[in-house]
Ligand binder design. Sequence first.
Ligand code: NAP
Ligand code: HSE
Length: 429
Amino acid sequence: MPPAPLRLGLAGLGTVGTGVVQILQNHAALIAARAGRPVVITAVSARSKGKDRGVDLSGFAWEDDPVALAKRDDIDVFVEVMGGHEGAARAATEAAIAAGKDVVTANKALLAHYGQDLALAAEAAGRVIRFEAAVAGGIPVIKALTEGLAGNQIKRVMGVMNGSCNYILTRMQNEGLSYEAVFDAAQKLGYLEADPNLDVGGIDAGHKLSLLAAIAFGTKVSFDAVELEGIGAISIDDIRLAADMGYRIKLLGVAQMTGRGLEQRMTPCLVPADSPLGQLQGGTNMVVLEGDSVGQIVMRGAGAGMGPTASAVMGDVIDIARGFRLPTFGIPATALATPTPAKAATPAPYYLRMTLVDKPGALAKIATCLGEAGVSIDQMRQYGHEGTNAPVLIVTHKATRDDIDHAVGLFAATGVLVGAPVALRIEEV
Ligand code: NAP
Ligand code: HSE
């Protein structure tokens, strides 16, 4: 008897969904050989049935309702590539688990918000949820953490996990363009999510970091505890000044377990220009994993796009076809610890850029605030006067984010500040 095929129900026929259809249609024999059994799509769902998607869907049953798709008797795995953390994606994923299906999803928003509940439900039902495509697109970082590095105590997880932000920052750097100009170009090219704040606000990358942290540290997903700061306040001045000092600005995620608890932050940081993270160009992602035995691993590749994301979905599907099963976050969801959130516990030098009223004593007032907050100045520079305003750059010695925030709070009462200061951590990578 030939082995029974693994039957997929595919919810979502957009960028990722059509990529999955293409891979299965182009590589059916290769996938069957690797999986030990054929992998087939039985039924699909999307919003508009009549839309030409550039792929042949004629062999698949159609469901208008993804919840109905999730419950079909003739599917084994529900592949959710619709997106959104509420509505259809959530309802259909819950329905799939309740109906005894395994789930493969690319949906980081859903898992960042409901990962713990979904993992508990799936594991209680003896089902798996796989989500390689949800973090850093085509880079197999979930597999690396849950499998290849399973013998390590993970020390730190870092990375650039939003391609759109890296695209914007590197175009600003390379072409000397303003944030606004590159943002507009990225939007016209379709690089940004429908709600661009998910990208430039750091939310999408924060979702991804929270999922990696759960696996790395054996903790419940705690997206709400991620310190989030987007790239909207980064000006071309910041990019230039950072470059003058030998740094690049990146939207960098860092998660580490400290003595005070779990630190998770997704914020713009300065990293050395000649480091692998500093060299990262365009929409590419990079994830850095540090384990006690393995040392540092650097993974780099396409974080988005049809082929890379569908590649990650298929890796998960083939694992299920092979009979490989593991808990959603590497250890049973019932055993995941509740993390204590720790706000940027590790001190680092900070880059502070501000504009001051150009009058006697203005700089002295700012220096006094820093002193009062316990922050020591390493370098200070006043540059390019603009009328009655004086742009000022200060690089501090190592300080905590709390001390920097304290100092910035004190600046406000000096009456010499024009606009809001920019405070960026200088990260050791
Ligand atoms: P997309 O191109 O917008 O496609 C979404 C698909 O879902 C469309 O086919 C849409 O139907 C369908 N859909 C949406 N709401 C639905 C509903 N209520 N009922 C039935 N179908 C519905 O999105 P995508 O870029 O493929 O992204 C899909 C998921 O993958 C998201 O979770 C995203 O975050 C994740 N992801 C995407 C990428 C990437 O590079 N695109 C990378 C990593 C992860 P219609 O086509 O009929 O409108
Ligand atoms: N908007 C995301 C990015 C898509 O730019 O990386 C992949 O999650």
